[in-house]
Design a protein. Structure first.
Length: 253
């Protein structure tokens, strides 16, 4: 909870109800005592958002919580998608537009958070100082053929690649396949940062060569940072130089 923004804390304190995945609700339980709790397990996101929207339409303020940032592989997109399908007129808190009297209305604020690629990068050092691509390995909502094409394109273009949702109990082969694809374009010794449960209890940070990625203990709460050709390890850190040394003289003394 140390890494929640003040705005997020204020919103949680002020709403009537909070909706979220069971695990995330437990992480903020001390902040939401006495509030209406809407919680569902993984893969029940639609039902959760549906209930949250109806709660808000019935006159109660409701926060939909996610881990990281709500707009990065999280719930903000689904909220807007469902409002669109339901023909709900949406206005942002700072918008001067009046609510419509002939339709259902909601005011929606997306409160930014710290995405896993930022919290994980901070723990690793500076792996994202140059261009990078973020790709989710979950094929629950995106077909694997499309994920493969994105992996190949990012690897060929020499982006640092951040992998979300790398492995679960049921999806246990995708990470090794991603490793094989990227090895076609990267040196086997390319540094890979592996960050589990960033900024939370059970946090674990390590750096391994790309050739050994398949041997590591990785789960859905892990973010994987695969370096570009420029990425290096320095002491216990992973760094991707921006290119200053190519343009400026960096004094060694």
């Amino acid at each position: 909870m140390d890494h929640l923004s003040k705005r997020a804390m204020d919103v949680l304190a002020g709403v009537d109800a909070v909706a979220g995945y069971t695990t995330y609700i437990e992480l903020i339980r001390p902040l939401i005592e006495g509030k209406i709790i809407i919680t569902t397990p993984m893969t029940k996101e639609v039902e959760r958002v549906e209930t949250a929207i109806e709660t808000a339409l019935n006159g109660k303020t409701c926060a939909v919580v996610s881990s990281g940032d709500p707009g990065v592989y999280a719930m903000a997109g689904l909220v807007f998608e469902m409002c669109n399908r339901k023909n709900i007129y949406v206005v942002s808190p700072g918008n001067s537009h009046e609510m419509k009297t002939d339709s259902r209305n909601l005011r929606i604020e997306v409160v930014p958070g710290i995405p896993a690629l930022c919290s994980g990068a901070a723990l690793l050092g500076a792996p994202l100082t140059h261009d990078f691509a973020a790709i989710s390995l979950s094929d629950l909502l995106t077909n694997w053929e499309q994920i493969e094409q994105r992996l190949k394109a990012a690897a060929k273009a020499d982006f640092v690649i951040v992998l979300y949702n790398p492995k679960s109990k049921k999806r246990n082969w995708q990470l090794k396949k991603a490793q094989e694809i990227i090895l076609n374009y990267r040196d086997p010794q390319t540094p890979v940062g592996i960050v589990a449960r960033a900024m939370r209890e059970g946090q674990n940070v390590q750096i391994v060569p790309l050739k050994d990625l398949h041997k590591e203990d990785v789960d859905m709460q892990t973010t994987v940072f695969i370096g570009s050709s420029a990425s290096v390890t320095y002491l216990n850190y992973m760094v991707t130089p921006r290119g200053y040394s190519n343009k400026y003289f960096l004094n060694k003394s």
